[in-house]
Design a protein around this ligand. Sequence first.
Ligand code: ADP
Ligand code: ADP
Length: 215
Amino acid sequence: MPIELDNVTFRYGPQTPLVIDGMSFTVPHGQMLALMGPSGSGKSTLLQLIGGILRPTSGQINNSIPSHETTWVFQTPTLLNAQTVRHNIDIALYATGWSPKQQHARVETVIESVGLHGLGETGVSTLSGGQQQRVQIARALAAQPQLVLADEPTGQLDHTTTALVMDALIAARDAGTGIIIVTHDRYVAERCERIITLEDGHILSDEHRAEGSPT
Ligand code: ADP
Ligand code: ADP
């Protein structure tokens, strides 16, 4: 299994309570997994543990996916605001060894996949928040990483844009990318093949679905 958690606990400081309290589960290669649960239940912390930003207080996390094969998406886009959409996505392909021609074609493909066709030469500062978020997602998917870790990626998007973003993520999953999404949005979770729900640092439920629902 590419990602295995074995009795993982985590606390932010020596005097603070456990925010992850004995979690064990595995994530198979290429799975599309949603992490749900109330605010403060430990979703963001768990994502950061899986991504190696935080280290467990006790227990083990084995994540065999190299960090250069992992990309992140946050609720608020972190883009180069003085640059074009194309340049922001080009950056993700800089060290991949793809030829300039392959890079150009790939950037066009991901721009289209998030519904931003024709906006490649537009400066990102002139885009709406929802459009900027889609640039962030296009950048995360551009190099076809093995794993995307997304913390509330649709938290500030309307339903139409959320559906578009989910289509793009599902297409990436179909091409072999594993995706772990922290979300409050039932619609987003139900388009994933597995939903783990947290409560107070514990797993409340781990629901495997036959397939993500189509809409
Ligand atoms: P969410 O509920 O979406 O995880 P929060 O508003 O709880 O977002 O947290 C936003 C940021 O603040 C995160 O980076 C989180 O790590 C940090 N944070 C949350 N709670 C605390 C806290 N008690 N002390 C310090 N930082 C915190
Ligand atoms: P969720 O993503 O489910 O909202 P978090 O993982 O952000 O939950 O937070 C879980 C708990 O850890 C909360 O009680 C939060 O206040 C606390 N917490 C989060 N980040 C920090 C931090 N940087 N320092 C101290 N406590 C934190």
